[in-house]
Design a protein around this ligand. Structure first.
Ligand code: NDP
Length: 260
């Protein structure tokens, strides 16, 4: 019998998506659910968690939503254990939770903003990956997907801690990829271009950012902002067996912004 299953099929796999209750994380959660994965969404807003859980139930996969603040580092190990207890295993971890404070540069940026940005993006990615990888090593398989950014490559004048954290994500992705490769765990990152979500609302809506917004569109060969759903396909690919020989990369999903 020929093997007719899709290389993108995630049936029988369990995926954790931090910040999976809106924006890019929600699209990734729904995309992976449609590919057959059981989904755990980890985020803070209980109402939004409930909403995405209802969408996941409608797709028909096993799912759970856990209230989690990824900066509460003492709770992260427990969260990974709770997913394992409820859904049985962990095959895929998407470190997506993120926030940004537009401070205008280091002259204005407070140490508090720096700390919370690092904790949200970099510390949480390190710790959740560490705890999930311990479980993946035992089963000799796993996929970790981290959210990078165009600011992983380019100077983030207005949001320096965000740029530093996203630069760090690329190097952490490579380090984990090299370490975990012989355990059949692939670690990759996605670098979205400019995507329509709450995170970028200020840039799209504020009159102060009209020129900046024009620059974004002029520099994006696709000549449009991306949608959250534009990221889901890349995430499904990097979570699936179709990408088993790909590790340590940062994949731009940016309408061409990074090559222009
Ligand atoms: P949104 O603001 O739309 O969503 C952010 C998500 O992260 C929400 O689900 C939020 O849920 C969660 N979150 C934020 N802080 C925490 C926290 N401390 N603990 C747990 N969850 C948290 O942003 P996007 O969807 O745009 O961003 C998703 C990722 O993509 C981020 O890492 C971002 O940096 C990255 N990215 C986005 C780009 C864009 O153009 N939009 C471009 C490049 C990268 P809750 O508040 O309920 O906790």
């Amino acid at each position: 019998m020929p093997n007719t299953s899709s290389p993108f099929d995630l049936s029988g796999h369990v995926a954790i998506i931090t910040g999976g209750n809106r924006g890019i994380g929600r699209s990734i959660a729904l995309g992976m659910a449609r590919a057959g994965a059981a989904i755990a969404v980890l985020a803070r807003n209980k109402e939004k968690n409930k909403q995405v859980l209802a969408e996941l139930k409608e797709i028909g996969v096993p799912s759970m939503a856990l209230h989690l603040d990824v900066t509460a580092r003492e709770t992260l190990s427990e969260a990974i254990d709770a997913v394992k207890a409820d859904l049985g295993r962990i095959d895929i971890l998407v470190n997506n939770a993120g926030s940004v404070s537009v401070t205008g540069g280091i002259l204005n940026e407070s140490p508090e903003v720096w700390d919370i940005t690092m904790a949200t993006h970099l510390d949480a990615t390190f710790l959740l990956s560490k705890y999930a990888a311990a479980s993946m090593v035992k089963q000799n398989s796993g996929k970790i997907i981290n959210l990078a950014s165009m600011y992983s490559y380019f100077g983030a004048k207005l949001v320096p801690s965000y740029g530093a954290a996203k630069g760090g994500i690329v190097q952490l992705t490579k380090a984990m990829a090299v370490e975990l490769a012989t355990h059949n765990i692939q670690v990759n990152a996605i670098a979205p271009g400019w995507i329509v979500t709450e995170l970028t609302e200020l840039v799209r809506e504020s009159p102060d950012y009209i020129e900046f917004n024009k620059m974004i569109l002029a520099r994006t060969p696709a000549a449009r902002w991306g949608e959250a759903d534009d990221i889901a396909g890349a995430a499904v690919f990097l979570a699936s067996s179709a990408s088993d020989f790909i590790t340590g990369i940062t994949l731009p999903v940016d309408g061409g912004y990074s090559v222009c």
